[in-house]
Design a protein around this ligand. Structure first.
Ligand SMILES: Cc1ncc(COP(=O)(O)O)c(C=O)c1O
Length: 315
């Protein structure tokens, strides 16, 4: 066994999921965000565990992430949130991944690839309401609604936006985004389109903006046990899913005036017991934690001393 390893606590994941669900009204579902390797927790294992907990919809950032989940046997809906390129469309459809369309140029290619499907192929449209990232402007999106491809062979399954400031101190920007989103939704329904999946809320919005819940919410960070909410909001009851563990490799006592690590930035003011741990920035333990981070050794907190090395730290 390696001396340094990460553990993933599925009981904590289940706990966080039920914490998220307590904010939701009946009928509002969870689209679990498992992009970026499920925030580093292992996308396949995390998605499989969440599927066992009843989650039926997942979202990833990119085509390759979606294909990896399909190839691991996940048969639920998998939404690809990120940009979609023409040359990716046939693979996307072959793996039955649901695209988020942010630019109309991709629709003909999607429709062509979807023709062989027995049932209309689901797509979600993204409206840009203030994130300044991917998406149609409300005006562009309303123009697109007359495109017959959205009725066949495609099927407008979802409408989404992304909130830029749900964890900001002031809710004004989010309220403005939600108003813009609500207006687009109204126009969509006036055109006789009734996408069943309407989604806008990331973790912070789940807690702070019930009106952003619509039919689906998109939690990421809260699933994994953290939140980005301001101090003014009561903190949700979350448990960290991931723990990073290692083993003391060597214990030494350095004299007063002795230094630790590169550049000698830690100087002992008295004889000091130092433990060397075999973990460093190559393992993802950021160099920015030099002199600032700490570890727990049998429950007692020990501060990092000196600079974090590539594969060792000293405490
Ligand atoms: C489109 C979209 N929705 C939801 C999320 C989840 O956000 P959070 O981790 O804040 O819940 C992300 C994360 O990056 C995202 O890109």
């Amino acid at each position: 066994m390696l001396p340094t390893y990460a553990t993933v606590n599925l009981a904590a994941l289940a706990h966080n999921l039920s914490c998220i669900k307590r904010y939701l009204s009946p009928g509002c579902d969870v689209l679990a965000i498992v992009k970026a390797n499920a925030y580093g927790h292992g996308a396949v294992e995390t998605a499989q565990a969440l599927a066992r907990m009843g989650i039926r919809q997942f979202a990833v950032a990119s085509l390759d992430e979606g294909i990896a989940l399909r190839q691991a046997g996940l048969s639920t809906s998998i939404v690809v949130l990120g940009a979609l390129f023409d040359e990716q469309v046939s693979d996307l459809v072959a793996h039955q991944l649901t695209p988020v369309v942010s630019d109309g140029h991709i629709l003909p290619a999607l429709a062509k690839a979807a023709h062989s499907h027995q049932i209309p192929y689901p797509v979600h449209l993204k409206v840009e309401t203030g994130m300044g990232r991917l998406g149609f402007s409300p005006e562009e999106l309303c123009l697109l609604l007359d495109d017959p491809l959205l009725r066949s062979p495609l099927h407008l399954e979802g409408l989404m936006t992304h909130l830029a400031d749900a964890d900001g101190k002031d809710g004004t920007f989010t309220e403005r985004q939600l108003d813009a989103f609500g207006n687009v939704l109204k126009q969509i329904r006036q055109r006789g389109l009734t996408p069943p999946l309407i989604h806008a809320a990331n973790s912070a919005a789940i807690v702070r903006f019930p009106k952003a819940h619509f039919s689906l919410v998109r939690p990421g960070i809260m699933l994994y046990g953290y939140h980005t909410l301001p101090d003014t909001v009561p903190a949700p009851d979350l448990r960290p899913v991931l723990s990073l563990r290692t083993t003391v490799a060597q214990l030494r006592t350095i004299p007063q005036g002795g230094t630790v690590s590169y550049n000698g930035t830690f100087v002992a003011t008295r004889p000091t017991r130092i433990a060397v741990l075999p973990i460093g920035y190559a393992d993802g333990y950021s160099r920015r934690l030099s002199h600032r981070g700490s570890v727990l050794i049998q429950g007692s907190r020990a501060p990092i001393v000196g600079l974090v090395c590539m594969d060792m730290i000293m405490v």
